[in-house]
Design a protein around this ligand. Structure first.
Ligand SMILES: [Zn+2]
Length: 401
């Protein structure tokens, strides 16, 4: 792979051994659509390691053996790429970038991201805004990234918006990040300008420790995507931008409670189909409604009926994405046996007590926050959430077994 940066435009050329169908670090297959993308308002004079890692978040799935950058990188970044991916990177010849002192939040506007922001009330935001690619058709016109950017502006935080078409480098599965870390490409290029030493993401306990989402269903202390000692964590650390997960120790029930109880509650938006609020009819809205009804201890409020396509997955047996939260909701929502979740309910024997570990903070998640920002997170969790007991910790560490 050969990459070139010019005026915020990344262009890459595949080597003979590279392939247009690759795998993201979570194992998901991704197919290349086009070999260029752009990022707005990024400096031309960022540290060369920042250009290298920003490029890697886009091209990693398709790179097989080596990557050649258009400017020399540090030996530290080359080593992190070799140890993490077995890739030969060069040319080598720059001094490493020292970490700055600022923690910024990679702000998406979703409940998890808002909760992460609540832990650090002074932290500036960096927001990634999807814009169409000049040469790729937009097959997701209903995705209102402009609405999110407007909400981000309304938060009153120091805000850097990076507009990018990098999601259109993917032909399949749809416009999306080649790697989850690509959301940080603009933040990385802005790291010198912002004095960044850390970047906070809204990934919660399910994503960090329970192999959540579309991935595994087991305890994942060595999660390659988000653990500080995983390959991405080491690569980000090598450029002085540590990955920080302020809410990595709490479930989506807690992040939703924190977000909806915060002064940013009017900016929370987890569905991008509607302009004035969540659409209430998509699969994501249904899942979030289950969690919200559970924390508000009220019946499910949804127009979705069992015959609708988005309800179909709940007619099938588990595993489900976010299964810990499904169990949490099944145990708490009054009248759940009369909803689209009736079938799912038959597969689990859950109670409020057996799911109460999801109301507390997993302490190891705080231990792995870098020292400059750890104490604040620990104090926040002690005051607002409470830490898990030893028994509850065991629930995390035996998840999926
Ligand atoms: Zn929706």
């Amino acid at each position: 792979m050969r990459v070139t940066w010019s005026g915020g435009v990344l262009t890459f050329r595949l080597d003979p051994e590279d392939e247009i169908t690759g795998h993201a670090s979570d194992g998901h297959p991704v197919k290349l659509a086009i070999n260029s993308c752009s990022l707005s308002d990024v400096p031309d004079d960022a540290h060369p390691d920042l250009f290298a890692v920003a490029a890697w978040t886009v091209v990693a799935p398709w790179t097989r053996r080596r990557i050649t950058f258009d400017r020399a990188v540090s030996a530290e970044v080359a080593a992190a790429l070799h140890e993490g991916w077995g890739i030969e990177a060069g040319p080598v010849g720059a001094e490493p970038r020292p970490a700055g002192s600022t923690l910024a939040i990679s702000y998406s506007g979703g409940a998890d991201s808002v909760a992460a922001a609540t832990v650090y009330p002074e932290a500036p935001f960096v927001h990634f805004q999807r814009v169409p690619h000049a040469r790729v058709p937009n097959r997701w016109p209903h995705y209102r990234s402009d609405v999110l950017a407007k909400l981000a502006r309304g938060t009153g935080r120091d805000l850097t918006i990076i507009r990018s078409d990098l999601e259109y480098t993917l032909a399949e599965p749809r416009p999306g990040y080649p790697e989850h870390q690509a959301v940080a490409a603009g933040a990385l290029l802005s790291a010198d300008r912002l004095g960044l030493g850390g970047l906070g993401f809204g990934y919660e306990m399910g994503s960090r420790w329970l192999g959540g989402g579309r991935y595994l269903l087991r305890y994942t202390p060595d999660n390659d995507l988000w653990a500080p000692h995983g390959k991405w964590g080491r690569l980000f650390a090598a450029v002085g931008v540590h990955i920080v997960l302020p809410v990595g120790g709490v479930s989506e029930a807690v992040t939703m409670r924190l977000a909806l109880g915060s002064d940013l509650k009017d900016s929370v938006r987890w569905c991008l189909r509607g302009t004035d609020g969540p659409c209430r009819t998509c699969g994501k809205c249904l899942y979030k409604e289950l969690i919200q009804a559970a924390i508000e201890r009220r019946p499910l409020d949804t127009p979705i009926t069992a015959d609708r396509p988005v309800a179909r997955k709940w007619m099938r047996p588990p595993p489900y994405g976010g299964q810990e939260m499904v169990q949490y909701g099944l145990a708490r929502v009054p009248g759940i046996e009369n909803t689209v979740f009736a079938t799912a309910l038959t597969y689990f024997d859950v109670t409020e007590e057996s799911t109460s570990w999801l109301d507390h903070c997993y302490p190891k998640a705080i231990d792995e926050i870098p020292e400059p920002w750890r104490e604040r997170a620990a104090a926040f969790m002690a005051a607002e959430v409470g830490f898990m007991t030893d028994d509850e910790v065991r629930r995390v560490e035996s998840w999926g077994s």
